[in-house]
Design a protein around this ligand. Structure first.
Ligand code: FES
Length: 273
């Protein structure tokens, strides 16, 4: 059993949780994920390792309450335990050797973008963190992103905090003002990542995106997380979750992402009744 040692609400729908998992904490790297199961009746859900403390033996995850399982997860508190907590899974992000990076997070994607910015920053890259949210009420991790980057560009769709506009506007503006990025990392909704690639591809700026499709086993066996990259079938759980943004078939990924939408909503309604 994996005991919860910290729980902190980041906004109305997002929560940070630190879990006692020393073996995972020892090996985890930025970009990897865990799969957890709340109890024996629960489904397995993948969550990115947002942070880890090798000495304390804890792994931090951040989840958004979007369905039945995350609702159940959110009912647990410090001192409670999770049945399964497996990892680290997936390939660690390859972030060595870059001089100047833009790390872009969209909404909940900031929970995954933040550790990437932190890792790049620790490796000596100059990091511009561009974080986009719909409005000020759902901003998360502002202090952490500011601390682990050289500049934080906070964007809101409605201008209620930071600059008004989308993350792509800040990215384009920075590039036009001379930011010589040798890497862009984009993590968030598929349409946002596709829009970022629309800015970087014509300029040939290497772009890494993090894919978060449906996952079941997390070991490359079930095929649930398959996607097409560079014309070939890849599995996000073992080949990713990071991929070359220029190569990903976004249209197919968006279509597959909608497959269980109605069922997920029905299960969430059941859990909240
Ligand atoms: Fe089953 Fe990736 S989650 S193949």
């Amino acid at each position: 059993m994996f005991q919860i040692v910290e729980k902190r609400k980041l906004n109305d729908s997002m929560t940070l949780m630190a879990v006692n998992a020393p073996f995972i904490a020892k090996k985890a790297k930025a970009g990897q994920f865990i799969i957890l199961r709340v109890d024996e009746f629960g489904e397995r859900i993948p969550l990115t390792v947002a942070d880890y403390d090798r000495e304390a033996g804890t792994v931090t995850i951040i989840y958004q309450i979007v369905g039945k399982t995350t609702m159940k997860l959110d009912q647990l508190n410090v001192g409670d335990a999770l049945l399964d907590f497996i990892g680290p899974l997936g390939q660690a992000s390859e972030l060595e050797g870059y001089k100047r990076a833009a790390v872009i997070g969209g909404g909940a994607g900031c929970a995954i973008a933040w550790p990437q910015a932190k890792a790049l920053h620790q490796m000596g890259a100059k990091v511009d963190m561009i974080a986009g949210f719909r409005n000020k009420d759902i901003i998360i991790l502002e202090d952490e992103m500011r601390a682990d980057s050289d500049n934080l560009y906070l964007m809101t769709d409605d201008g209620s905090n930071g600059h008004k506009g989308f993350v792509t506007s800040a990215l384009e503006e920075n590039i036009e003002n001379g930011a010589d990025y040798d890497l862009v990392v984009a993590i968030g909704p598929l349409v946002m990542m596709r829009a970022v690639v629309g800015v970087t591809k014509p300029r040939n700026i290497k772009t890494i995106i993090s894919m978060n499709p449906i996952m079941i086993d997390g070991t490359g066996m079930c095929g649930g997380c398959r996607l097409t990259v560079g014309g070939k079938t890849k599995f996000a759980c073992v080949d990713g979750p990071d991929f070359d943004g220029f190569e990903v078939d976004f249209d197919e990924a968006i279509k597959r992402g909608r497959t269980y939408f109605d069922k997920e909503r029905a299960a969430a309604r059941e859990e909240s009744c």
